[in-house]
Design a binder for this molecule. Structure first.
Ligand SMILES: [Zn+2]
Length: 352
């Protein structure tokens, strides 16, 4: 398969407008719908999420549209690439942390408002997972209560009164929830036509999972916030052994990244346990190299590029640049294509 960056896509589209009809070749497109790392806000960046679409170049790779995580602002970012709320085929969650999930109520309320007649959207996530501290992370409960605030406020009753064709239970009635118990070997959790999604267990919080999408046009791994099972050094790497297994031979790896400047050797004062539970940009470079991936897309950047601080923790020399992240990846030994994530950065793979 061949790869094209956004710039190359634009060139292709403009030259195609002059000449040949658009190709019927199969294609896979990966778009970062949000790149903010963690709960802070910075310069309007959307919360974590990745849109993976598959189809033919004729239909802009849009037969199957899969959204992985739905951070704050996902609906707006999708609107910028022409994907209405009603078009998504499936929504997958790496874990139930608000910076990865809080965009779903917004997305589903909008879908309920205008697309109550269906179809439902598949929601795929880890089954209820009990943490050592005693609490349970429940994707199913998140889905079940997705419309509660608006139901309790009376808004839903008012909107049903003006349009009784809407589903009486609110937006949860449009979710078709499937859960799985992730293990340390990949398992197929969702399939449609030529598109297969596999999941593997990975460490971050209880119920964290990482995904891989395989299509005839190529493959992409969505690591989420995965880190190594060993929570603190000494260890070989901060990256997940399971994600590395899942990523073998993948064309693209999309992964949350923390820059080594936030580590305990630096001066930021960032809490070491939070640093250690993420994968560093350097170690992701090493993992991408070992997995044989051609492309590494860093997302959920901690700190965001240009930010003088991550939450309350100041950077020693002001904001980091794209080059700072790329250098960190190269230090890990990766020589392939690096995309330091910004909202709506995209890569397209085309079957030969
Ligand atoms: Zn996160």
């Amino acid at each position: 398969m061949k790869i094209s960056s956004l710039a190359a896509c634009i060139l292709t589209v403009s030259s195609l407008a002059l000449a040949a009809p658009v190709s019927a070749a199969q294609c896979l497109e990966v778009t970062l719908t949000g790149t903010q790392g963690g709960p802070p806000v910075f310069r309007g960046q959307a919360g974590s999420g990745t849109l993976v679409t598959y189809g033919t170049e004729e239909n802009n790779c849009r037969d199957v549209l899969l959204q992985f995580d739905t951070g704050r602002g996902t609906t707006q970012r999708l609107s910028e690439v022409g994907v209405p709320a009603g078009r998504l085929t499936g929504v997958f969650f790496t874990h139930i942390h608000s910076d990865h999930s809080e965009g779903l109520p917004d997305l589903m309320q909008l879908r309920w408002h205008f697309n109550s007649e269906g179809p439902k959207v598949d929601m795929v996530c880890h089954e209820d997972a009990k943490a050592r501290a005693g609490h349970t992370m429940s994707c199913e409960k998140f889905a079940e209560h997705i419309g509660d605030a608006l139901i309790q406020s009376g808004e839903m009753a008012q909107r049903l009164a003006e349009n009784p064709k809407r589903l009486p239970g609110g937006p949860k009635d449009l979710l078709n929830v499937t859960t799985f118990a992730a293990s340390n070997t990949p398992q197929v959790v969702w399939e449609k036509g030529d598109v297969k999604v596999s999941a593997i267990s990975s460490r971050h919080v209880a119920g964290h999972a990482s995904y891989r999408v395989d299509t005839p046009a190529g493959s992409v791994v969505i690591g989420g916030d995965a880190g190594n099972d060993k929570p603190v050094p000494p260890r070989d790497t901060s990256t997940s052994t399971q994600v590395e297994l899942l990523a073998q031979g993948a064309d693209i790896i999309v992964h949350s990244a923390i820059h080594p400047v936030m580590g305990p050797d630096g001066t930021t004062g960032f809490p070491p346990p939070i640093y250690f539970r993420q994968s560093t940009a350097t170690d992701l470079g090493g993992m991408a190299d070992r997995a044989g991936a051609a492309n590494l897309m860093l997302t959920h950047l901690i700190p965001p590029m240009g930010a003088p601080r991550q939450g309350p923790y100041p950077l020693p020399n002001g904001g980091l640049t794209e080059q700072d992240y790329t250098d960190a990846v190269r230090d890990g030994g990766f020589s392939g294509n690096v995309v330091v994530g910004t909202d709506l950065a995209k890569l397209r793979l085309v079957a030969e």
